[in-house]
Design a binder for this molecule. Structure first.
Ligand code: MG
Length: 158
């Protein structure tokens, strides 16, 4: 039996922060504001994986009021969330992630992000797809105020 979950996340751009997406630090004039490292890719995927298992949300497992998660490496949150769903009897099958931003270009970094995510999940990089889209200049993403990510993950019951 397979189950599917969806995750969405967005963060505001902020000066003086590293831009970390899918565990990869990407050269860019601005990073993203957040309690943790604000890795929108990791956050969206974490929510998708938790959702597929019916295991709640990233905010429930890692509240942003908890000082433990201040400046946290979000790939550690992803790893912890996956441990939670494995304990409930689920195994990762595949995921697809869309990063929506006007800049930077995601394509040149997509393979490295997929490899990092796959390593955390003990999966093949081919089972992790990462792609980028612009928002055609519209809305908060178009105004370059922030970026968003959407993830869909499939788990199977073991
Ligand atoms: Mg987030």
């Amino acid at each position: 039996m397979t189950r599917t979950g969806i995750g969405y996340d967005s963060h505001r751009f902020a000066a003086g922060r590293r831009l970390v997406l899918g565990g990869v630090t990407i050269p860019h004039p601005e990073g993203l504001a957040g309690h943790s490292d604000a890795d929108v890719v990791a956050h969206a995927l974490t929510d998708a994986i938790l959702g597929a298992a019916g295991a709640g949300s990233i905010g429930g497992h890692f509240p942003d009021t908890d000082p433990r998660w201040k400046d946290a490496d979000s790939m550690v949150l992803l790893r912890d969330a996956y441990a939670t769903v494995r304990a409930r009897g689920y195994a990762f099958v595949q995921c697809d992630i869309t990063v929506i931003t006007e800049a930077p270009k995601i394509g040149p970094h997509a393979a490295e992000m997929a490899a990092r995510i796959a390593a955390v999940l003990g999966a093949d990089a081919g089972d992790v797809n990462v792609k980028g889209k612009t928002n055609e200049g519209m809305g908060f993403i178009g105004r370059r105020e922030g970026m968003a990510a959407i993830a869909v993950a499939t788990l199977e019951r073991r």
